[in-house]
Design a binder for this molecule. Sequence first.
Ligand code: ASP
Ligand code: MG
Length: 415
Amino acid sequence: MKVFKFGGASVRDADGIRNLARILSRFDPHNLVVVVSAMGKTTNALEKVVAESRAGRTIDPLLAEIDRYHRAEMEKLFAPTHPVFQQLTGYLMTARQQAALIHEEDRVYDQVVSLGELISTTLVSAFLQQEGFPVFWKDARQVIATDSTFREGRVNWEATRGKLAGWQPELAAGIVVTQGFIGSTPDGFTTTLGREGSDYTAAIIASCLGAESVTIWKDVPGVMNADPKKLPAAVVFEELPFREAAEMTYYGASVIHPKTIKPLAQHDIPLYVKSFMNPELPGTRIHECKVLRLPPLIVLKENQCLVSCKVTDYSFVTEEQVGHIFQVVSRHGIKINLMQNSAITFSFCVDFRESKVLPLIDELSQSFEVYYNTGLTLVTVKNYDSRTLEEYRHKPGIVMEQASRSTVQLLIKES
Ligand code: ASP
Ligand code: MG
C-alpha cells in the first residue's frame, strides 16, 4: 500500500487536477491513499475569513472570492448540473456559520480553515470518479484522532491506528482520497495539525497502515540543497538519510513539514519527494542510508528577530537567569532558532511574529534591559565546505555568527 500527497500548488487549478489524474493513471489504482491539501492559497484566504469575522467586519467579499475561484476551476472540469457545485455552496455556508460562532479563536479557526481541504478533496475525488478511477472519498476527521489543541492538534496514535484499519475494504477496492492537515477531537470538533500539515497527515496514515512508501508530489524536482527560487544553482539530492532530512526541516527548509520524518523513520517507510510537473524524474528518496559527502545545504530563514537580554546591575548572566528566559520563552510558545551569551547579555533569535514576540519582550523587560532587532535573515549552511564557508562569512551586515564542525549559522541584516 502506498500514500501520495498532493499539495495546494499541485491542485491550484483545473489543469492541476487533470495532471493529478494523469499521474495516478501511471499506478495501480488499488491500495493507494491520496492525501490532498486545499487548492492554491485557499488556506490563507480562510485564515482571513476568521480574522475579519473576529474583528467584526464583513466576510462576504472574502467568501465570494473563495467561491468564485473554486467555481471557475470546477466549470472547466464538470457539467453545470454536477452535484459538486451544490457541495461547494454547502461548505461555504458552513464557513459562514462557523466563523460567526463566539468560541475561542483557535477553535473557530480550525472549524473554518479545515474547509479548504474538504472542498479540494470533494472536487478531486469527483473528478477522478468521472474519469473512471475507483475512488472513495473519506473524511480524515473520522480517522485522525487528536487532542483539543486547536491549530496544532496532537495525534492520538492508538485511536488513529484503530480507525484507519477500517479503511482496508476500500483500499482493497480502489483509491482512497482524503484531506491532509485535519483531524478531530474526542468530542467531535475539527482540529488542524499546523500550517502545511498535509505532509504530516500522509506520514500518519502511512505509519498506521504500514505503507511501503510515501510520495510527496511537489513543484520542485526533489529535495534540493537550497531554495532554487533564491539560489538558482541549487541541486537535487538523489537520496538523503532520514536524520539529515529531519535536521533540514529544523533549520527551516520548507520542503517537508517538520513532523513528517519521525513516524516514517520509526517504521522504516521511505519518503519520495517528486515533481508533479515531471513525474518520470526520480526525485529524492529519503530513507535509512549512509551518504558520504553531501553537498552543502543552505537554508535561508527570513523575518527573524534578535532579542538581547542584558543584566541591569553589574553582575553577569547566570544559569538561573538563562533558565528564567527559557521558561518565559517556552510559556509564550516560541521556538528559539539561534542563541548566544556573553558576560552581561543573553541573545536569541526567533521568527518575528509581532503578536507573539512583543508580549514576550514585555515580560522579559521586567527582569532585563531588552533590545531587539528585526528585519534579519538566518542563514544556515549545513555540511559546509571551505568555499561556501568563505562565501557566507564575508556577507555584509552579519550581526551574529556561530559555527560547529558541520554547521555554520549567520544572522544577517536584510538589505
Ligand atoms: N492547506 C494547509 C496549509 O496551507 C495544509 C497544507 O497545505 O499542507 O497550511
Ligand atoms: Mg497548502
